[in-house]
Design a protein around this ligand. Structure first.
Ligand code: NAD
Ligand code: DAU
Length: 347
């Protein structure tokens, strides 16, 4: 099978590529990524050594490049991770979120209609359901929960989900959607809570906690997310939505304190700062459907996953130091532009 992974140079997409190269060695994995600030070729250094892997630089919202990719690669499966993913950036400037997350998804779906596809999988988020109150721990997001978005990011992701469902119903594109809770693990871009806190603590910088620090996120180790998507590709029902989450709810302040404790640093490094606008209070996924239909359960406990993640950041300083210095942004040109095994579609 030819499996195109869009956004595969980012956090979850790259982990998914490594998961698939290891677990589906007969398939060809093609990464299609624009390499925005969040995409990093250094993340794919090991993948490019694998003969089952190919990288193409391109923008999912660029119809010409996407159609060309369909003509040359003849994908059987598309897994769409490509997105602007950071809520704070969407609050600063929503437009690029609409361009990539909504228009980009529509271009991929049009290509699926035009050229045919065995499966189009949309990687979505629990943020499309809005948030839950802190005083109702009995409430969870199910696949039937209404879409009720808070940020321009979540609104763009919900819009993309609606388009996916519309293309399934109207044009019979064989789609599936997964809505996952917060991921953590290797290759997480240092603007997000967990890597930011690890890196700031290592650099003896303040750890900025928004608002009262009591907002709750439902954390899932990234490899568990990858395994769930692979199961959906194999046995998921076309036209369906699957929630993914591991009942691992933690208040932000507790996550931050855990990181400080693991690194042997004091809580005086915590600084409470102005809250995020429209800040969602609590996310909590009910994963009953994916468990009962597909047999998925998360394998990694938060206590183990957070230790492994902190260790990864200690062992891979070069990876994040190049991000902080900005050096990674010309890495592709330096390392790969002249490599004929990699295709370069200028964006
Ligand atoms: P990320 O920001 O780390 O990576 C996004 C990747 O997409 C980057 O490699 C970037 O270069 C690429 N990209 C951006 N715009 C593109 C475009 N126009 N064309 C092609 N490539 C483009 O994001 P992530 O955290 O890995 O999230 C991946 C997906 O999973 C997103 O769709 C996100 O909404 C979803 N998701 C993320 C989480 C999470 O906790 N991070 C949880 C649930 C769902
Ligand atoms: O729930 C899934 C979503 O999780 C994904 O769809 C998004 O792509 C992903 O970025 C993530 O969104 P969050 O907004 O939950 O993640 P973030 O790491 O930005 O923030 C986690 C929590 O920590 C949130 O309540 C805000 C808070 N926070 C974040 C940062 C960056 C802080 O208190 N301080 C910070 O500096």
């Amino acid at each position: 099978m030819n499996i195109v992974v869009t956004g595969g140079a980012g956090f979850i997409g790259s982990n998914f590529i490594y998961y698939m190269l290891e677990n589906r060695p007969k398939d060809k994995i093609i990464c299609f990524d624009k390499l925005t600030y969040a995409g990093n070729m250094a993340t794919l250094d090991e993948a490019v050594k694998n003969e089952n892997f190919k990288f193409i630089r391109g923008d999912i919202a660029d119809r010409k490049t996407v159609y060309h990719m369909f003509e040359t690669e003849k994908p059987d499966v598309i897994v769409n991770f490509a997105a602007e993913s950071h809520v704070d950036r969407s609050i600063e400037n929503p437009e690029i979120f609409l361009q990539t997350n909504v228009i980009g998804t529509s271009v991929l779906l049009d290509a699926c209609r035009k050229y045919g596809i065995d499966r189009y999988h949309q990687v979505s988020t629990d943020e499309v359901y809005g948030d839950l109150p802190l005083d109702r721990p009995d409430l969870f997001f199910t696949e039937k929960t209404n879409l009720h978005t808070s940020s321009p990011y979540s609104a763009s992701k919900a819009s993309a989900d609606l388009l996916v469902m519309a293309y399934h119903r109207t044009y019979k594109v064989p789609t599936t959607i997964s809505r996952c809770s917060n991921n953590y693990g290797p290759f997480h871009f240092p603007e997000k809570l967990i890597p930011l806190m690890i890196i700031n603590a290592l650099g003896n910088k303040k750890l900025p906690v928004y608002g009262d620090g009591l907002n709750v996120r439902d954390w899932l180790y990234v490899e568990d997310h990858c395994a769930a998507i692979n199961l959906i590709l194999q046995n998921g029902k076309v036209g369906e939505v699957y929630n993914i989450g591991g009942h691992n709810e933690k208040a932000n302040i507790d996550v931050v304190k855990t990181i400080l404790k693991q690194l042997g640093k004091g809580e005086d490094m915590i600084e409470y700062v102005t809250d995020r606008k429209g800040h969602d209070r609590r996310y909590a996924i009910d994963p009953t459907k994916i468990h009962e239909e597909l047999g998925w359960l998360p394998a990694t406990k938060f206590e183990d996953g957070i230790k492994a993640t902190i260790q990864w950041y200690l062992d891979n300083r070069k990876w994040w130091e190049e991000i902080i210095s900005g050096e990674y942004q010309d890495y592709y040109e330096r390392m790969y532009e002249k490599n004929p095994a990699l295709e370069y579609a200028r964006v």
